[in-house]
Design a protein around this ligand. Structure first.
Ligand code: R5P
Length: 323
């Protein structure tokens, strides 16, 4: 079952990604205007007719987070009023997913608030890449489809190990590391792709940008770490994990793979100081040019395929993120 023509709309955070999805599905993104009023309000306007169409809004919600979210809400409402039959928000990185529960009295459940605002803006369905929380589906009241960048990232890691060392990617001297317990399932998914052994660093968060790493669980002595996580924000988690790994005897250049490189504040300098050799990430968020060596994996084809299958009512099957 498909609802009218497939239409793509790019938010300002995901112009390049939407264009590459468009190439993949053979559709030009819809013409639209985005401007800022003098008082800071965001104004959006869609120029194409969307009556009875199946509309996909592409907008990652990295920094400036509030602006990208607000733009997404406004684009969804505009598409609704332009007559769209169905609106799917394709949000590779979904902000507020870390606020999926209260950790102290007096806090909100931030993810729930964002979910309600998506629904109120007439979003019918949400597509996310490697979401931070497995609870996403039970918190968001519209249907959620999750896809994963792990096979793409793992392939890039494999290639990088080959290029860098000429070594066999299956060599026993590398170890895949989860920098906290939250990444324990994720590291197993990389292990299924790459075949290395796994270690986990225990972490305590002290504040929004400070963490303390504790014991390393697993054998890392004399091995090169490949650290994997869903996201890098300030780089605190990675820097402290690298320190703990060095203390446990890990050696050699550190490779890092994450689905979402937010790279906030001190992130780049922390990674450089910690001796990160290469960061492998996706173009779900645009990573700025820095001294850090970044390998970027494109999501356009994968998200294009996801959109195409959803449009034609076909299951995501192997494209879906493992739960
Ligand atoms: C936390 O559970 C996430 O998976 C990341 O480890 C964390 O958000 C990274 O943040 P930062 O880079 O600021 O330590």
């Amino acid at each position: 079952m498909s609802a009218g023509a497939l239409q793509l709309v790019a938010g300002s955070a995901s112009v390049r990604l939407a264009a590459s999805m468009g190439e993949s599905v053979g559709v030009e993104p819809v013409a639209r205007e985005l401007e800022r009023f003098p008082d800071g309000e965001i104004h959006v306007r869609l120029h194409d007719e969307l009556r009875d169409d199946d509309v996909y809004l592409v907008q990652s919600t990295g920094p400036p987070t509030q602006e990208h979210l607000t733009e997404l809400f406004l684009l969804a409402d505009a598409a609704h009023r332009a007559g769209a039959a169905r609106i799917t928000a394709v949000v590779p990185y979904l902000a507020y997913a870390r606020q999926d529960r209260r950790t102290a009295t007096g806090e909100p459940v931030g993810l729930r608030v964002v979910a309600e605002l998506l629904r109120a803006s007439h979003v019918d369905r949400l597509v996310v890449v490697d979401p931070h929380t497995p609870a996403l589906e039970s918190i968001v009241s519209v249907p959620v489809e999750t896809t994963t960048a792990v096979p793409l990232l793992a392939a890039a890691v494999r290639e990088r190990i080959d290029t860098r060392t000429g070594a066999d990617p299956q060599a026993p001297d590398a170890v895949l590391v989860a920098p906290d317990l939250g990444a324990a399932k994720l590291v197993e998914r990389y292990a299924a792709e790459l075949g290395h052994e796994v270690a986990i660093v225990r972490k305590t968060r002290l504040s929004g940008d400070e963490v303390e790493a504790g014991a390393v669980v697993g054998d890392v002595a004399g091995r090169r770490p490949i650290i994997v996580d869903d996201m890098i924000s300030t780089g605190g988690t990675l820097a402290s994990a690298i320190e703990a790994l060095a203390g446990a005897g890990a050696t050699g250049p550190v490779l890092v793979a994450v689905s979402h490189g937010l790279m906030v504040g001190p992130a780049v300098s922390r990674l450089l100081e910690a001796g990160v050799d290469t960061l492998v990430t996706t173009d779900g968020l645009e990573v700025p040019e820095t001294d850090l060596h970044v390998v970027t994996v494109g999501l356009g084809d994968r998200l294009g395929e996801v959109v195409d299958r959803l449009h034609h009512g076909r299951p995501l099957d192997e494209l879906a993120a493992h739960r």
